[in-house]
Design a binder for this molecule. Sequence first.
Ligand code: UFG
Length: 331
Amino acid sequence: MTVLVTGGAGYIGSHMVWELLDAGESVVVLDRLSTGFEWAVAPEAKLVVGDVADKELVGGIIRDSHVDAIIHFAGSIVVPESVADPLAYYENNTSKTRTLIETAVREGVSHFIFSSTAAVYGGAGLEPVREDARLAPESPYGLSKLMSEWMLRDAGLAHDIRYTALRYFNVAGADPRGRTGQSTPGATHLIKVACETALGKRPFMQVFGTDYPTPDGTCMRDYIHVSDLAAAHRLALQRLRAGGQSLVANCGYSHGYSVLEVIESVRRAFGRDFEVKMGDRRPGDAAAVVANSDLARAELGWTPQRDDLDQIVADALAWERILTSKNSARG
Ligand code: UFG
């Protein structure tokens, strides 16, 4: 049995590949390498460079490698980009996922794990959001993912395929063993941006808005360590293989940190100050987005091991340093 990981050369996907290999699984990665990196794929995994919507290619991989499960990370993930170019998001995220599901059904792959997002919810309140909260994506990105969840639901009713869609909150950090991490240039994610600023890769960073209805006026998010997220997928795989029914579950820690708390944590990890400017709100940001993760804990038996902002930040900073040396070695 082999697990096919799409987008396995990307940030979360490359952690998943290590998680599976560490658990003794056989892994094939399918990635176009449009934003991922060949070097990010663990050498023990087989890398196929190609598109998830290439039916012949994917069918061949499934048959040749005896794939029994697909973990589907490949997709576009930048919210403002999805607003500027919605059709590209519906093509790359929704349409190609449809084709991949069709190939899975045709080839008899009955376990499918899908990367979904907290962006399927509308502007959440300060309370942790449950899976049965109102679904009201505010961007084409969120809608492209929600439509994929719905296609999986309907395919699951009509065909022999069971799925788990995990709705990620704010994924951050890096492999604690330093094997992979967030490497895409031009990052916009808070922890990555703060680590880059600490290391002098940016002259300063900005806090987007200080007048939100939160305790310190800055936005609150539920930051989850990427290794805990990968572990949730592994548990979802085990559960599906054991006959578990389809499931949609949040992946977060159920508590939030403000932007200022995150920056303080980066200052502690770095040991020195760096320049932070207070700026205006960024369009589209909700005041708080925090998961209720009871369902993932109960159904997957998921017990996060790295629920500690300082550890997330320390791992992200360590990876940022590794990346600096990798990039300078490459010239
Ligand atoms: N922020 C700053 N300065 C920065 C970067 C971010 O103040 O330089 C703030 C943002 O305004 C926000 C918080 O830090 O309040 C977190 O921002 P991120 O960009 O790190 O993450 P988002 O919460 O905007 O987005 C995340 C995922 C998306 C997903 C979304 C769903 O990255 O993929 O959650 O809610 F769609």
